[in-house]
Design a protein around this ligand. Sequence first.
Ligand code: FES
Length: 315
Amino acid sequence: MTGLILRVIAAEPVADRIRWLRLARPDGAELPAFTAGAHVEVTLPDGQTRPYSLIDFDATSAAPDTYHLGVLLETESRGGSMHMHALSLGDTVTLAAPKTDFPLHDGPEPALLIAGGIGVTPMISMATALKAQGRPYRLVYAGRSAASMAFADRLAAQHGAALTLHHDDAAGGPLDLRALIGSAAPGTQVYVCGPRPMIEAAREIATAAGLPVHFESFDAVTPQEGDTAFEVEVASTGAVFTIPPGRTIVEVLEEAGMDLMHDCLRGDCGICQTEVLAGVPDHRDVVLTDAERAEGKLIHICVSRAKSPRLTLDL
Ligand code: FES
């Protein structure tokens, strides 16, 4: 993976707690191309990384000279969004080349893009690509209030009747996903990016309606009140580890030298899925269906915990 060192060439607030950052090479040269739904992993000063979706407003993702990011200042920030909000013009940002885990489908089917809050960032690139390709799409962008929603005016100008804005405060409640997805044409490909409850609800409704659904969460899974320590037994070796509150199975096992498969570390890519041989998982992912959760045979070890004192995992 190629590392890039870019400079902040513009930074401005575009909604409550949302900052629009534009990054470019110091010499202004072309940046690696990306496709709709791509993100970059930004390296923080402490060496940790955070993913940010790349925004393409004007179909220049094939030969960009600037990367556009929209960064929400998280109330429970683990440091990433605070760092991104503190950057000044001329500061450098280190990031990996773009990667697309949330791609658009190839076929002629219509796309229904549902964005919640800062989840709009990958959806902007998707809407741009679909419009540029002359493919059918609809973008539905929901937020708590007009003031909380970045880029709404620009999107309205670019997407006209293909865009629907929903303000919870003005509408008296959240977006009616059941009505929205229920009115989608057969075969519509549904894309969702937003808070976890929105993803879970949209996923359930779309699946029940027989529509393909693709999703990506942007929020980190944060510890919940009442989280307690539990043990994990690694079936292949019999080794037992204690997972304290605030730490994940992946973190503890990797610290002990285990080599584990993972990617998003947010419970939405499914790569870290592991078989549960004994014990009761406490699911925090958005990958498993309700039936799979109830069955309790699978766990996503980057986020999920245990309801029983010990889990035995097929590792
Ligand atoms: S690493 Fe993506 S779900 Fe766990």
